[in-house]
Design a protein around this ligand. Structure first.
Ligand code: SF4
Ligand code: SF4
Length: 242
C-alpha cells in the first residue's frame, strides 16, 4: 500500500512538471544570477540541501518529477543501471555548473532581489507553445538514459539536483543530526534478493545489507521499496542520531 501511495504521488508530481519545471531549472539560476536575482530554482535547491540533512534523499524517492517520469520508463526497461564510475558524471557536471553560477553572479549587475516566480507566468512555468520545446527536450534528457541504461539512470548519472542532497545528507551525518535512513538487521537476512529486485534505483540492496552499508549509500533515495518487499522485515525506516 505504501508503495502505491508513493508511486501515485511521484506520478502526479510528473504530471505537474509543466507547471513546476522552472523551479528546478539549472539554466534559470544562471540567468537570474546575471541580474542578481534569487529565483525559484535557487530557493528550491537550497531547500533541498537543508532538508536532506534531516530526510536524506527522500525528495528523490517521493516527490521528484524527474524520478516520476523515470519510474514510468521502468515498464519499458527494468534492468538495474550500472553503478560505479558513471555515477561520478553528475558531480563533474555539478561542479562546472556551480562555478558558472558563482562567476555569473560575480560579473552580474543590479542590487540583490528575491523573485521566486522569476520567468514564470503567475507562477506557471510552461505558459507558451515554444516553452514546450524546452520541456520535451528536458524530458528527453531524463528519459533517454533510463531507456538505454535502466532503472533511474538519469538520477545516477546526470541529475543536477542529486548532489545537493548527497552533500546535505553527508553533512547531516557528520553533524550527527537525526536523519531518516534505512537500517538493516543483518542477522535476519535470508539472502532472497527481493529487496534488490524491488529497488527502483537498481541498487544491490542484498549485498549492501550483507556488508552493513545500506544506511550510508548515497544513491539510496529512501523510497522504502526494499523495506516493503523484505519477507523477513530485515529493513526498517529509522529517524535517529547516527
Ligand atoms: S535501497 Fe531501498 S530505499 Fe534505497 S532506493 Fe533502493 S529500494 Fe529505495
Ligand atoms: S529482501 Fe530481506 S531477506 Fe531478502 S535479501 Fe533483502 S534484506 Fe535479505
Amino acid at each position: 500500500m505504501r508503495q502505491k501511495i508513493r508511486k501515485t504521488i511521484i506520478f502526479i508530481s510528473f504530471l505537474l512538471f509543466p507547471i513546476t519545471i522552472w523551479y528546478f531549472s539549472p539554466y534559470l539560476i544562471i540567468q537570474a544570477a546575471s541580474e542578481h536575482i534569487v529565483n525559484g530554482s535557487f530557493i528550491v535547491f537550497v531547500s533541498m540541501l537543508v532538508l536532506s540533512m534531516f530526510f536524506g534523499r527522500a525528495w528523490c524517492g517521493h516527490l521528484c518529477p524527474a524520478g516520476g517520469v523515470q519510474e514510468c520508463v521502468l515498464r519499458i526497461n527494468n534492468k538495474p543501471s550500472k553503478q560505479g564510475g558513471r555515477n561520478r558524471i553528475k558531480y563533474v557536471l555539478f561542479i562546472i555548473w556551480i562555478i558558472a553560477v558563482i562567476v555569473t553572479f560575480i560579473l552580474g549587475k543590479n542590487d540583490v532581489t528575491i523573485d521566486p516566480f522569476y520567468m514564470t507566468d503567475h507562477g506557471i512555468s510552461i505558459s507558451g507553445i515554444y516553452n514546450y520545446v524546452i520541456y520535451y527536450g528536458v524530458l528527453l534528457i531524463l528519459v533517454l538514459p533510463a531507456l538505454i541504461h535502466g532503472r533511474r539512470a538519469a538520477c545516477h548519472y546526470i541529475c543536477w539536483m542529486a548532489p545537493f542532497m548527497v552533500i546535505g545528507s553527508t553533512v547531516g551525518r557528520w553533524l550527527h543530526i537525526p536523519q531518516l535512513h534505512i537500517e538493516a538487521a543483518r542477522d535476519k537476512c535470508i539472502s532472497c534478493g527481493k529487496c534488490s529486485r524491488a529497488c527502483p534505483m537498481g541498487l544491490d540492496v542484498k549485498q549492501m545489507v550483507s556488508e552493513g552499508i545500506n544506511s550510508k549509500c548515497t544513491e539510496c533515495i529512501g523510497c522504502g521499496a526494499c523495506v516493503d518487499e523484505c519477507p523477513q522485515r530485515v529493513l526498517k525506516y529509522k529517524m535517529k542520531w547516527r
